[in-house]
Design a protein around this ligand. Structure first.
Ligand code: PEP
Ligand code: MG
Length: 370
C-alpha cells in the first residue's frame, strides 16, 4: 500500500503541469490497478490477459482449451473461462472509473500452458474424455523449438478464433455491466498482439466487431470501443501505414521489438549483454533503454507511417522502456501520446515526462530570448 507524502504530491503536481506525455500503467490485477491509480496513472496501457489464466481455479480449463483437438471441446472450456474473464474486466473497469483501459488479447508463449507432468496430462485427458496417449501426442504436436517466435499472439486468433471471441465477449459484457452501474461508461481499447501483417489485424478486428454487435443486441446497450495493435515486430513498423488503415491505436511493444530487431532472445540476453556494455559494443542494455539507432528508428518510421494514414492515431509504448527516463525522452521527441509502465514506475515516468517536455522546449525558449 503506497503512502504518499504531501511533498511528493507537490513535486508530482509541478511535473504534471509541464509534461505533455500521458502516463499509464501496465496492470492486470485489481491490486496493480489500485496502486497505479494511487501513483497517478491516467489509465491502463497494457493488461496482459494471459497472466489472468494461471490461477489454480482456471488453469485446468485453460489446458483443456489448448489441448482439445475439436472446436466443440475448446468452446466447452472457453464457456468455463468466460465468467472469470468477465469478472476480471468488471473489476478493472470499476477501479479505473472511466479512464482508458487497454486490454490485450491472449499472447501466451504456448508452452507455459501445456501440461507437462503426468498428473496434469491425466487431468486434461479426463476433462476431454481422451486417453493419455492421445494427450501426449497432442502436447508433443503443440510444443515448439522456439516458442517466443512461434504460435503466439494474434497467430492464436488465426488458428483458434473462438479464444479471441470469448475474450471480446468478456470485455463487452463487462463494459455493459459497468456502464449500467456507473455514470461514466468504460471505453475499452482492445489490443491485438504480435501483428506482422495488415490481414492479421483485419481478421482480428472483424472477430471483435462481430462479438460487439452480438453483445450490444443481447443487452440492448451500445458501448464505444477502440481496436488497435501492438507494434512489436520490424515488419509491422515498416508496413504501419497499411496496418493503420484498420487500427485506432498503436502501442509499441519494445520488449519484443528489441528481441526481433537484434535477433536476440529477451530471456537469455542478460547472460552476456553486461559484457557487451562493458566492452563498449553497445552503449546501454537495449532491453532497458531504447536503442535509438535500431529500435528507435523503427518506432519513428512506424509513428510517421501510422500518422500519414490516420493523422490522429493514438500512439503509446508499453514495453519495459516505458518506465525508463532516457527512453521516455525519446518518446517525447517522437511525439507519442503516452507511456505505460509498471505501477511503481509511474512517479518516475511523470517526472521524466516533465523533464522531456522541458528539454524539447529549450530551443523554442532560446528563440524567444534571441
Ligand atoms: C512487449 O513486447 O514489449 C510487450 C509489452 O509485450 P510482452 O512483454 O508481454 O511481450
Ligand atoms: Mg510483446
Amino acid at each position: 500500500e503506497p503512502k504518499l507524502s504531501g511533498d511528493f504530491e507537490t513535486l508530482m503536481g509541478w511535473a504534471d503541469k509541464v509534461r505533455r506525455l500521458k502516463v499509464r500503467a501496465n496492470a492486470e490485477t485489481p491490486l496493480d490497478a489500485d496502486t497505479a491509480r494511487k501513483f497517478g496513472a491516467e489509465g491502463i496501457g497494457l493488461c496482459r490477459t494471459e497472466h489472468m489464466f494461471f490461477d489454480p481455479s482456471r488453469i485446468g480449463a485453460v489446458r483443456q482449451m489448448i489441448m482439445s483437438e475439436t472446436e466443440g471441446g475448446r468452446r466447452d472450456a472457453l464457456a468455463k473461462l468466460l465468467p472469470f474473464q468477465r469478472d476480471d474486466f468488471v473489476e478493472l473497469f470499476r477501479i479505473m472509473a472511466g479512464l482508458p483501459v487497454t486490454i490485450r488479447l491472449l499472447d501466451p508463449p504456448l508452452h507455459e500452458f501445456l501440461p507437462h507432468k503426468e498428473e496434469e496430462l491425466a487431468e486434461v485427458a479426463e476433462s476431454l474424455g481422451a486417453d493419455l496417449a492421445t494427450m501426449k501426442r497432442r502436447a508433443a504436436d503443440l510444443s515448439e523449438a522456439n516458442p517466443m517466435l512461434g504460435h503466439r499472439g494474434c497467430r492464436l486468433a488465426m488458428t483458434y478464433p473462438e479464444i479471441a471471441e470469448m475474450q471480446a465477449r468478456a470485455i463487452f459484457e463487462a463494459a455493459v455491466i459497468v456502464a449500467k452501474e456507473a455514470g461514466k461508461a468504460p471505453v475499452p481499447e482492445i489490443m491485438v498482439p504480435l501483428v506482422a501483417t495488415k490481414k492479421e489485424l483485419e481478421i482480428s478486428h472483424a472477430q471483435i466487431d462481430k462479438i460487439a454487435q452480438e453483445v450490444f443486441a443481447e443487452t440492448g446497450t451500445t458501448i464505444e470501443y477502440m481496436v488497435g495493435t501492438m507494434i512489436e515486430l520490424p515488419r509491422a513498423c515498416l508496413t504501419a501505414d497499411r496496418i493503420a488503415e484498420t487500427a485506432d491505436f498503436f502501442s509499441f511493444g519494445t520488449n519484443d521489438l528489441t528481441q526481433t530487431t537484434f535477433g536476440l532472445s529477451r530471456d537469455d540476453a542478460g547472460k552476456f549483454l553486461p559484457l557487451y556494455v562493458e566492452k563498449g559494443i553497445l552503449p546501454k542494455d537495449p532491453f532497458v533503454s531504447i536503442d535509438v539507432d535500431g529500435v528507435g528508428a523503427l518506432v519513428k518510421i512506424a509513428a510517421e507511417k501510422g500518422r500519414a494514414t490516420r493523422p490522429g492515431i493514438k500512439l503509446g509504448i508499453c514495453g519495459e522502456h516505458g518506465g525508463d527516463p532516457a527512453s521516455i525522452q525519446f518518446c517525447e521527441t517522437v511525439g507519442l501520446d503516452y507511456v505505460s509502465c509498471s505501477p511503481y514506475r509511474v512517479p518516475v515516468a511523470r517526472l521524466a515526462a516533465a523533464q522531456a517536455a522541458l528539454a524539447s522546449e529549450k530551443p523554442a525558449m532560446a528563440d524567444r530570448t534571441a
